[in-house]
Design a protein around this ligand. Structure first.
Ligand code: FES
Length: 100
C-alpha cells in the first residue's frame, strides 16, 4: 500500500525480494538505491501486523540500518531483506511517505 492509501497488487515471484517485486511492479515508495545490499534503507516498509511474525528475523545489519530510517515503527523492515515465499502470498506492506 502506497503512503497515500493507494493499494497496488503486484505479481510476486517466489525467491525475489520484496524490494525487487515492488520495483518490477512500478510501486511508488520503494527506491532500492543500493540494489539490495542492505546499505541504503531506501526500501523501508511497514509490514502489516498480520504478517510480521511470519517473516525471517531481522539481521544485525538490517537492525542497524533501520535505526536510521526517518519514521521507524515496530513493524519496520527493509524490503530487500525479505524474499517471497509461497507462505507469504497476500503479504501487505505499507510504504512510508518519505520514500516517494
Ligand atoms: S535496497 Fe538498499 S537497503 Fe534495501
Amino acid at each position: 500500500m502506497e503512503h497515500d492509501g493507494t493499494i497496488r497488487r503486484v505479481e510476486a515471484a517466489v525467491g525475489r525480494s520484496l524490494m525487487q517485486i515492488a520495483l518490477d511492479g512500478s510501486v511508488q515508495g520503494i527506491l532500492g538505491d543500493c540494489g539490495g545490499s542492505c546499505s541504503c534503507a531506501t526500501c523501508h516498509g511497514y509490514i502489516d501486523a498480520a504478517w510480521s511474525d511470519r517473516l525471517p528475523p531481522v539481521s544485525e545489519t538490517e537492525a542497524f540500518m533501520l535505526e536510521g530510517v526517518p519514521q521507524p515503527r515496530e513493524t519496520s523492515r527493509l524490503c530487500c531483506q525479505i524474499r517471497m515465499t509461497a507462505e507469504l502470498d497476500g503479504l501487505t506492506v505499507h510504504l512510508p511517505e518519505e520514500q516517494v
